[in-house]
Design a binder for this molecule. Structure first.
Ligand code: BTN
Length: 261
């Protein structure tokens, strides 16, 4: 990706003020952490790469990262929040992505905790990793992968087990997506929402996410380390934890897991 083609579209104040663009890396999340260790990364620093050799998803999964077709982006945030609130930044990224998809006329849905789907198929995922110091968040690395120009043929060939559940923006739009433009839109949206967080705190992000997610009062099933927990979502608390009413006498708090459809 051409860094100048991204930069000319940026209106962001903090996110992307420092921007590093690579041809190939292991994982953009790791590169960002290394830059931080070398004192080269400040709050809002963004790393983007054309390809990743060991792109990863949540729960040790692989993130398929072919060259020159998708967006692989990591953003560094250094908010003063307790570690249990780090999911709020996954929410922030999800809301930013939904906003960007809407710019392209695409109505994206959020699947708790970190997937973005269109028509039931995954188009993007968020991987939040954190470092702590003295019981508080030292840094958060928010890794965002978006399938932009993956072809149906590639998905069928290379993503066998998840091919039925995967799509890309170009498939949805029927035309190639300009990656630099999409990247700049994501950075600008992250910056807008980070500004909201700085002015008004974490709750505003949680509330925005709850509204976009739209599952309060609805029944969902969540895979919690292999156990399927089904219930009606009663609420989402200030940390982003779910409370599922599994029966009249049981309200289950769910901290991590995967929504099952
Ligand atoms: C998931 O859905 O499980 C999360 C996927 C996150 C993928 C992105 S691509 C950029 C960043 N670097 C990585 O290695 N992973 C994230």
């Amino acid at each position: 990706m051409e860094i100048s083609e991204i930069k000319k579209r940026l209106s962001a104040e903090i996110v992307g003020e420092k921007l590093f663009v690579y041809d190939e890396v292991g994982s953009t999340n790791d590169v960002l952490r290394e830059l931080l260790g070398d004192d080269l990364a400040a709050d809002g620093t963004v790393v983007v790469s054309d390809s990743q050799t060991v792109g990863r998803g949540r729960l040790g999964r692989k993130w398929v990262s072919p060259r020159g077709v998708n967006l692989y982006l990591s953003a560094l945030f250094r908010p003063e929040i307790p570690p249990q609130k780090s999911s709020v930044f996954t929410f922030l990224a999800s809301c930013a992505l939904v906003e960007v998809f809407s710019v392209y006329g695409v109505d994206a849905e959020i699947k708790w905790p970190n997937d973005i789907l269109v028509g039931g198929k995954k188009v993007s995922g968020v991987l939040t990793e954190l470092g702590t110091s003295g019981g508080a968040v030292d840094y958060l690395v928010i890794g965002i992968g978006v399938n932009l120009n993956l072809s149906e043929e590639f998905i069928r060939r290379e993503m066998e087990d998840i091919s039925e559940k995967t799509t890309s923006l170009s498939i949805l739009l029927g035309e190639e997506v300009n990656r630099e433009r999409f990247c700049a839109e994501v950075i600008n949206a992250l910056d807008r929402l980070y500004g909201e967080f700085r002015r008004r705190g974490t709750q505003v992000i949680v509330d925005m996410w709850i509204e976009r997610w739209g599952f309060i009062g609805k029944e969902i099933s969540v895979d919690v380390s292999g156990e399927i927990v089904s219930g009606v979502v009663e609420r989402v608390d200030a940390n982003g934890f779910l409370y599922l009413r599994t029966d009249e006498s049981d309200l289950r708090k769910v901290v991590t897991g995967d929504t099952v459809f």
